[in-house]
Design a protein around this ligand. Structure first.
Ligand code: APR
Length: 240
C-alpha cells in the first residue's frame, strides 16, 4: 500500500462531513464469500449464473433455482464478517456515513452496521411471486420453494435478478446520499453492474472526492480522485 496515498485518503476522510460508501463483492472476499460466478462451483459449475438468476429461469425450473439459493445461503452462513466490515461499522459510529451495498450476504449488518442500503436485496429474505396479498406458507420442504396455502403462489428469493429494477426506496436513498456527500468511498466492486456503478459518478459530479479501494484495476478507477490498490480488510482499518 502506498503510504503517501494512504495518508492523503486518511486526511480526506477525517475532514469529510458526509461520507457515502459503496461496497461490492470484494468487501466480502476476505470472509470467503464466493462471488457470484465463484458460487457456481462443484455441482453448479455447469450452469450459467445469468441463466439461473432470472425470473424466467425461476418460473421454468423453480426447484433448481431454489436449490441454488439454498446452496448459496449455506455457503454464506458459514462465513463471518472480516476487518473491512468491522471497520465500516466503526466509521459510522464516528462519522455521518451512508453505507450502500450491492452484496446480499448481510455481513455488514452482522458486523454492526445499521441502516445498510441493500441495492440487490438479501439472500436470507424471501418474497412472494404472484402472491394473493394474503399469502400464508405451508411448512417448507428442503429443495422446494414454499407455496402459499391459500393461492398456491411460490416464494422467491428476495434478491434482485437480472433484468429487474432495483428496490425503489433503496435506489432513491442511495442516489440522494451519493449526490449530497462530500466523500465517496468505493470498496471492492468491479463497477460493471448498473445502476449501482453510476453512484460514484453522481457523487463526483456533485463535488465529492472519490476514493476507490480495490487490489485490482476497476471500471471506477477513472471516476476516482485516489485509488488505493489494496485488499479492503487491510486497507480500511488503516484509514480511520
Ligand atoms: N478487497 C477489495 N476488493 C477486492 C478484494 C479485496 N480483498 N478482492 C477482490 N476485490 C475486488 C475485485 O478486484 C473486483 O473488482 O472486488 C471486485 C468484485 O467484483 P464483482 O465480482 O464484479 O462484484 P460486484 O462489483 O459487487 O458485482 C456487482 O454484479 O454479480 C452481480 O448482482 C451481483 O451485486 C453483484 C453485482
Amino acid at each position: 500500500m502506498d503510504a503517501a496515498l494512504l495518508a492523503q485518503a486518511r486526511d480526506r476522510i477525517a475532514a469529510a462531513s458526509q461520507i457515502f460508501v459503496l461496497t461490492g463483492a470484494g468487501v466480502s472476499a476476505e470472509s470467503g464469500v464466493p462471488t457470484f460466478r465463484d458460487a457456481l462451483t462443484g455441482l453448479w459449475a455447469r450452469f450459467d449464473p445469468e441463466e439461473l438468476a432470472t425470473e424466467a429461469a425461476y418460473r421454468r425450473q423453480p426447484a433448481l433455482v431454489w436449490q441454488w439459493y439454498e446452496h448459496r445461503r449455506a455457503m454464506v452462513s458459514a462465513t463471518q464478517p472480516n476487518p473491512a466490515h468491522f471497520a465500516l461499522a466503526q466509521l459510522a459510529d464516528q462519522r455521518p456515513v451512508t453505507l450502500v451495498t450491492q452484496n446480499i450476504d448481510g455481513l455488514h449488518q452482522q458486523a454492526g452496521s445499521q441502516q445498510v442500503i441493500e441495492l440487490h436485496g438479501n439472500l436470507f429474505a424471501n418474497k412472494w411471486l404472484d402472491g394473493c396479498g394474503r399469502c400464508d406458507t405451508v411448512p417448507p420442504v428442503p429443495g422446494e420453494p414454499p407455496h402459499c396455502a391459500l393461492c398456491g403462489a411460490m416464494m422467491r428469493p428476495g434478491v434482485v435478478w437480472f433484468g429487474e429494477d432495483l428496490p425503489r426506496v433503496a435506489r432513491y436513498r442511495a442516489e440522494h446520499a451519493a449526490e449530497t456527500c462530500d466523500l465517496c468511498l468505493v470498496v471492492g466492486t468491479s463497477g460493471l453492474v448498473y445502476p449501482a456503478a453510476a453512484l460514484p459518478g453522481m457523487a463526483r459530479e456533485n463535488g465529492a472526492f472519490v476514493i476507490v479501494v480495490n487490489p485490482q484495476p476497476s471500471a471506477l478507477d477513472a471516476t476516482a480522485d485516489l485509488v488505493l490498490a489494496a485488499p479492503a480488510g487491510q486497507c480500511l482499518p488503516a484509514l480511520w
